[in-house]
Design a protein around this ligand. Structure first.
Ligand code: NAG
Length: 299
């Protein structure tokens, strides 16, 4: 396999493109097995008492899009910040959250300080067992030639900028999924429980209701929420709960790389989970590679 891939590269003298789709095929069983390994390896996740939720009202049907505030209390009752947010992957992740202009249409200005924060986050998560397992899997299956080439591509696919508004470079996969955006008058993306918690705490997020609660007891779990960010609504925001940032982005990357533009079916803790992935089709980096457009747990 490796020799066959190297041959055209030698002929044309070009650098070896990182293959992603066509030739490669991790089976569903292999992807599921890896997902279970990431799940067991997530030592930075919250224990049950570290995060408590006040779910309050379960919305169904048209209630989910009504914008009705069914919740008098905040969603998060308690988060053990002293323990969880002191962990290096959490603190590096949180340091990224003030780097973005949430409304699309204005170009992101990426300072050298912000690049340093991005690199520090990527370096930190690549030190975890979650990421060493993911890297080994991609290399063993031929998606990447080395862990280092995966890391380089990972940074580009998540942090590379593109435009959602036909002009200004106003978005990235990371901003869309972990920070969230305001696009066309609503919340777009936003699939991070840590970002939800921090914005709820600072009074910018108003929790309305939940519409999905996964079968897991303890963390990680998966939920579907209705909420407002100032005046903008998210009628179904799905997210992992209680997970580490490295677990979220590893699961999304596993599915994005192996099952682009589709639903990736895995189990975690023996329970089935589907993760939707979308590639950004309007612009590319490297040799025709696509940025992350979106990815989230299906609820
Ligand atoms: C992306 O491409 C599609 C199809 O060509 C087009 O309809 C859409 O307007 C483009 N979006 C942006 C933001 O460029």
């Amino acid at each position: 396999m490796v020799l066959l891939l190297l041959l055209p590269c030698m002929i044309y003298g070009a650098s070896l493109p990182e293959p992603r789709q066509a030739v490669l095929s991790a089976t569903n069983a292999e992807i599921t097995s890896l997902a279970e390994q990431l799940y067991s390896a997530d030592v930075n996740k919250a224990n049950s008492g570290d995060v408590t939720l006040n779910l309050q009202y379960k919305a169904t049907g048209t209630e989910t899009s009504s914008g009705t505030d069914f919740a008098s209390q905040k969603l998060f009752g308690y988060v053990n910040e002293a323990k969880l947010f002191a962990r290096p992957t959490f603190s590096r992740f949180i340091s990224l959250l003030d780097n973005y202009i949430k409304t699309t249409g204005t170009a992101e200005v990426v300072t050298s300080g912000e690049i340093a924060e991005q690199n520090a986050f990527v370096d930190e998560i690549f030190k975890t067992t979650v990421f060493s397992r993911l890297s080994s899997f991609f290399v063993s299956k031929g998606y990447y030639t080395t862990a280092e080439s995966f890391k380089t591509d990972f940074t580009e696919m998540w942090f590379g900028l593109y435009t959602r508004t036909k002009g200004p470079l106003d978005s990235s996969g990371f901003e869309h999924i972990f920070h969230g955006e305001i696009h066309s008058g609503k919340i777009s993306g936003f699939h991070s429980w840590v970002q939800f918690y921090l914005l709820e705490k600072s009074g910018q997020i108003n929790y309305l209701s939940y519409s999905a609660d996964g079968p897991w007891t303890g963390y990680p779990d998966v939920y579907g929420f209705q909420f407002k960010w100032t005046t903008y609504i998210k009628t179904l925001g799905s997210m992992f709960l209680g997970t580490s940032p490295e677990f979220d982005i590893a699961m999304f990357t596993l599915c994005y790389v192996t099952r682009p533009d589709s639903q990736c079916s895995v189990t975690i803790g023996g329970h089935t989970l589907k993760i939707q992935t979308y590639t950004w089709a309007n612009s590319t980096y490297g040799v025709g590679k696509r940025y992350v457009a979106s990815t989230y747990p299906v609820v």
